[in-house]
Design a protein around this ligand. Structure first.
Ligand code: ADP
Ligand code: ASP
Ligand code: MG
Length: 406
């Protein structure tokens, strides 16, 4: 049995017209000799009746408290509705399909509601349906705890369902259908001349996703990488070849063969709504105490620099008020800059190439963008900037590294 996972995102299921196209992709896979397993997200984006954010808004105004177990149960409904609709669509075309919740598909998670981790998949039920010739359509983004409580896998988590099922069922590859032609050199909503990458390594796409490129969930990439299953990102509205994500080596890439110095960067990602915090006059004990308190409150820290007399780091803007309370309670002397953005240039080939950081700073300074903080690793250089400069900064780096030419 040649198993193929086909995942359809919210916009790929939003209207009956696009659902027809999605169903056709599934039928084509079946006709080509694959045994497709379909994963679906909730239909549409915020505002659409069964989109995840719309479902969340149903309880938001009732009371300010959140009840994570119940919120997960609520959010899971969007994907369940989608999989029933997709089964009906396939059946209407003469193809036998069966709808499965995450739990029915054997996806067992821990009980970290809202961002659960898959512990294991028990695929016997899916396999039984496949042997009967049925197409399993699985509700993405969800699983169940050992106790049978519904959990969700973190926003954008249907991608994770897809690659986890790919690993459990030893799929030949995983197709992720969305509303763009593949992984692009930057978010096309921000950079109109962004180009589609034919091929990208797991590591680079993981970095892009982790640094804010929404097109695939970083956990999904990790899972595919661990089992070396290729992922193909494709547009539901068309037949373009898409982007292949695999573990190709840099020396084999078309880009390197071209030998152009500009091919050191593969893409630019951005993350909005970051808050920069500077705390003055801390000794090491107090520093550790503050970092522990922030972690205990679920606040994750990024871009941290520690100097003899102060400490600078960034957090998610939605955690800013919680962090302020903690710092005030601990009598810290601190300042906060809200509404910052982190922009990151990513590329495996920048490893060992000198001068990339200085090109980035020069390109940003030329556009009048103030750089508040920087960080670099072998494959990623990130700069924190003011939110109002985001578009200008992303465009400047995209131009500097001639990413429109890929
Ligand atoms: P889906 O509902 O199909 O899961 P998402 O909204 O999660 O879709 O992801 C697709 C979106 O990701 C695109 O519409 C695009 O705006 C955004 N995106 C951000 N960065 C990139 C990138 N580098 N390449 C492609 N798309 C990107
Ligand atoms: N519907 C979920 C979300 O909006 C999961 C997904 O789309 O992958 O986050
Ligand atoms: Mg998504």
């Amino acid at each position: 049995m040649k198993v193929l996972i086909q995942k359809f995102g919210g916009t790929s299921l939003a209207t009956s017209e696009v659902r027809e196209k999605a169903a056709q992709k599934i039928i084509n896979a079946k006709k080509s000799g694959y045994s497709p397993v379909v994963v679906v997200s909730a239909m549409g984006r915020n505002g659409a009746p069964y989109a995840t954010d719309t479902l969340l808004s149903l309880v938001k105004d009732i009371c300010p408290a959140t009840y994570p177990r119940e919120v997960d149960m609520l959010m899971s409904c969007g994907e369940i509705i989608s999989c029933v609709i997709m089964v009906y669509t396939l059946k209407s075309k003469g193809y036998d399909a069966v709808a499965l919740t995450g739990g029915q598909a054997g996806i067992i998670t821990d009980n970290n509601y809202g961002n659960a981790t898959i512990l294991r998949i028990e695929p016997s039920k899916i396999l039984r349906y496949m042997e009967m010739g049925k197409i399993p359509v699985v509700a993405g983004f969800q699983g169940v705890t050992e106790d049978g409580d519904i959990t969700t896998l973190g926003r954008g988590g249907s991608d994770t369902t897809a690659t986890a099922l790919g690993r459990a069922l030893s799929a030949t590859f995983v197709e992720i259908y969305t509303d763009v032609d593949g992984i692009m050199t930057a978010d096309p909503r921000m950079v109109p001349n962004a180009s589609v990458l034919q091929h990208i390594s797991y590591n680079e796409v993981f970095q892009m996703a982790d640094q804010g490129a929404k097109v695939i969930h970083p956990k999904a990439v990790e899972i595919a990488m661990s089992s070396n299953i290729p992922i193909v990102i494709k547009n539901t509205n068309g037949n373009s070849p898409g982007t292949i994500i695999s573990s190709y080596f840099e020396k084999d890439s078309v880009q390197t063969k071209l030998g152009e110095p500009d091919w050191v960067i593969t893409g630019i990602a951005h993350m909005l709504d970051r808050t920069q915090i500077t705390i003055e006059g801390l000794d090491q004990d107090k520093e550790n105490q503050i970092l522990r308190k922030l972690a205990d409150n679920g606040i994750s820290i990024d871009l941290i620099n520690i100097f003899p007399n102060n400490m600078v780091f960034t957090i998610n803007g939605s955690d800013a008020e919680k962090a302020r309370t903690i710092l005030e309670e601990n009598e810290c002397e601190f300042s906060m800059i809200n509404n910052c953005s982190k922009i990151s240039a990513i590329g495996n080939r920048m490893r060992g190439v000198p001068g990339v950081m200085s090109r980035i700073i020069k390109a940003l300074t030329k556009e009048g963008v103030e750089v508040l903080q920087t960080a670099d690793s072998h494959t990623t250089i990130s700069c924190l900037i003011k939110g109002e400069d985001t578009v200008k900064a992303v465009m400047a780096l995209h131009e500097e590294f001639k990413l429109y030419k890929r």
